[in-house]
Design a binder for this molecule. Sequence first.
Ligand code: PRP
Ligand code: URA
Ligand code: MG
Length: 211
Amino acid sequence: MFDSQVHVVTHPLVQHKLTLARSQDTTTDNFRRLVREIAAMLAYEATRDLPTELVDVTTPVAACRMPILAGKKLCLVSILRAGNGMLDGMIDLLPNARVGHIGLYRDPATLEPVEYYFKVPDDMAERLVIVVDPMLATGNSAAAALTHLKRAGATSLKLVNLLAAPEGVRTVRAAHPDVPITLAAIDERLNDHGYIVPGLGDAGDRIFGTK
Ligand SMILES: O=P(O)(O)OC[C@H]1O[C@H](OP(=O)(O)OP(=O)(O)O)[C@H](O)[C@@H]1O
Ligand SMILES: O=c1cc[nH]c(=O)[nH]1
Ligand SMILES: [Mg+2]
């Protein structure tokens, strides 16, 4: 249904935690914790192809040559607000990553993204940029964020989401075929208000308790 650059993480722990997060009975504190934990596991999968190089290391037992990360430095970019719910889980795994922010909200009438903030490191061209946002619904927000990041110099990008609608995956893959997507699930469809069905509701409101 989707090409090989769309990676759905079917690991049982990810699926279990996502199901708990979906429930309308999950409290704000538990929702936050679940999103953070799933984000760490998605970061693990999204970085599976990072290059490594061999270095000399001496253990208490013997000298040897073992792999460490090589290649481009990392930059995580959170699409505000809801992306921030995924940041800490990813930083736990990638503590050296720089962090950028793009403020976007979706106009409820047009479903078009409105940008209100943009701050990223200067050296985007030298970094692997991992864009994070729990929800890929129409895909308009993620596509706009990727376009702005490319204008800011980024040439190597990945997108990590918790949940998508098929429409959103198609939109981003069409607009940015160079950007692989890692996510925990692709749901059935969008409803008339642009919400993912069955989805988990409004991720930002659930993370920050604003509704
Ligand atoms: O794929 P799309 O149709 O563009 O929808 C997805 C966007 O909607 C949500 O943000 P929202 O606009 O609710 O802003 P928030 O994070 O501040 O709540 C979500 O976090 C994505 O950024
Ligand atoms: O289902 C959706 C769609 C967009 N944004 C959300 O937070 N949830
Ligand atoms: Mg929201």
